[in-house]
Design a protein around this ligand. Sequence first.
Ligand code: PMP
Length: 452
Amino acid sequence: MSLNKAPKNNVFYRNQNWIYPRIAYGKGIYLYGEDGKKYIDACSGSAVANIGHGNEEVARCYEEQVKRIAFTHLSRWTVDVIEKCAEKISEWTPGDLNHVHFVSGGSEATEAAIKMARQYFIERDGKNTTKWKVISKWNSYHGATLGALSMTGDTPRRKIYDPMLLAFPKIPQFYHYRNPWGCKTLEETSIKAAQALEEEILRQGPENVAAFITEPVVGSAAPGAHPEKIYFEMVREICKKYDVLLIVDEVMSGFGRTGMKFGVDYFGVVPDIMTVAKGMSCGYTPIGAAIANGEVFETIMVKGSGNFVHGHTYGGNPLSCAVALCVINILEREGYVENAAKQGEYLMQKLQGLYKYPIVGDIRGKGLMIGVEFVKDRETKEPFDVSENIKGKVTINCLEEGVVVYPGGGSVDGVRGDHFLLAPPLNITKEEVDELYEKLERGIKKTCEQVL
Ligand code: PMP
């Protein structure tokens, strides 16, 4: 298998390097290619298809809702499934994160969250407030639209659009494996990363900072990187101290991916705004949300103007809400969050076996959100030269073995992110984890033989 040109047809594909067969259909954790081969979807697309492919119950729900009512505009109408979906989400979210602003995906959720933060301070303090800056991090991903990309700290993805991006301040990620402070333990890195937030707020002036945005467990930019609890405890305190809203991006980590309902549940903190998408509907329909706590909601919608100056046509359409509600009910009823914790632990144990291959530098993650990072030299953590295309080689070799991984992005100080994300559907069984590991190991072994 080698890198080919994208298929020639009328689709404006995103990638010219094409290794994947055309997909005929999917069932459970498997994708079936038109090439007659069966592939384990070990990344659920991009941590999306969390209840697996081809779910019949969702298909029935879809059909029923289309027949009832597929579209109404949320600025004028409401439908029972929209309200029920918001109610179900608020049962899942921690603390008083109960107010759901529906959008159509993760980038839109980021846009809504940062605008919500800005409007909160305007409604609370008046239009002359100087609070508008949002602090985010390097080695992070919050979306591709220009506002969300301004939050995103992923150099390769930002590069050509840099002149179009807003100059929001960035601080280092809790990416312990390549932390810039020379910390030896994850706890030290977590503390340094939290202190960096306080320093940045003071540098910018707290009167100018509206919010801080972070993933609880990093997705594509440094897959699986996570802090210790102390990080979120400190960050929560710092945000409170300087009157800065805490936005947690649960687009990838939410709805059970990490083995908890939400990534922040590991750390016992409640953000002021949370963003979700992906696992909220598990890919059966495009939907996302920015979820506000009582203070933010009341300030804008009850005590304030009562008009959040933001919205998209498809945000809160009944069809997407019905499907998301159906999917969340399935996650809940089938105990898939608990299964993600259990199988995540089992997969993580098995993955330790990969350390016998010297190109494997680091394996980290929570639940079924796991990153594997490759290095030329494990001692020094020196990466391979870009021309070696390790990420591409691993991806191809794993695909040939019948397992699909998600090659990550990210880059720190010119060091490319040679890593991939493992994020199989949350309904994976122990036997399927065994099969996944065997195939993955063969792909990595082959890569190792090719490059060493
Ligand atoms: N935030 C995070 C953490 C993500 O992983 C993603 C998607 N990879 C987004 C935001 C953007 O979501 P979308 O692609 O649905 O716009």
